[in-house]
Design a binder for this molecule. Sequence first.
Ligand SMILES: NC(=O)c1ccc[n+]([C@@H]2O[C@H](COP(=O)([O-])OP(=O)(O)OC[C@H]3O[C@@H](n4cnc5c(N)ncnc54)[C@H](O)[C@@H]3O)[C@@H](O)[C@H]2O)c1
Length: 258
Amino acid sequence: MNLLDLSGQTILITGGAGAIGRVIVKTLADHGATVVVNDVVAPEVATAALAETGATGERIHYLPGDANDPTALAGLFDQLAAGFGLPDVVCCHAGMVDALPVDQYPAEKFDALMQVNVRAAFVMAQAAAQRWIAAGRPGHLIFTTSWVQDVPWPEITPYTASKAALKQLARGFARELAPNRIRANVVAPGIVAVGLAKQQWDTDPSYRARAEKAIPLGYMQPPETVAHAFLYLCSPMAAYMTGSVLLVDGGCSLYPMD
Ligand SMILES: NC(=O)c1ccc[n+]([C@@H]2O[C@H](COP(=O)([O-])OP(=O)(O)OC[C@H]3O[C@@H](n4cnc5c(N)ncnc54)[C@H](O)[C@@H]3O)[C@@H](O)[C@H]2O)c1
């Protein structure tokens, strides 16, 4: 038996066209899953972003829409039902970050961040759970948090608070819905070598010095290592896991003080 064979599984992922998301999509599809990607970007942008990491092929589908919008969410599940049936796994992966000191962080930005990082994940997970319960079938929710769910990190305090909230949401879904055979787990990455963090690492020596100090393993996290955590959680090897937080962070959360 190939324990990493995801054939027959349909996996929905929000934020799947993003820098880490597209690597997750490719990895899950490469292992046989049908992956339905949700994101807010236009289809041609998503297709190009996914193709950049080689996430192409008949097992990958794009359904655009704001995961935080009730109408879009209902439409998304209708399209899913028509094309694929209910998903086996729903990954609440979409997220955003703004870097500003706490004394300068506008309340409007705080609200916008919580809408995406916490509310969108909650309503998506709730919509999936309602459908799994109505159908009397099991389901699996995976939430993407971050090592900063437990560790303060300068200039992204609202983000760290949103990830702490998300971790607790995941544990709540796990506890409350276990009798319905619905599991919920968390992937908590470290400082991933994509997007803004990668750009800062490459161009800003003070950021690099700070980040290098924060990563005991000493190098930025390859996005594939995040994808492998998703692969493991979606596989039968993780069948008995619920309410778990899978830290894949190069040791960041060990918070080295030396
Ligand atoms: N980059 C890192 O170092 C890092 C570390 C730990 C955790 N994370 C988490 O990983 C996830 C992905 O991060 P990333 O670095 O790839 O960021 P990214 O900005 O490249 O990807 C996020 C994606 O989410 C999409 N999105 C935003 N709002 C949405 C909504 N309402 N509905 C649907 N899609 C929406 C965006 O369009 C984007 O494609 C986030 O949850 C982030 O907090 C990132």
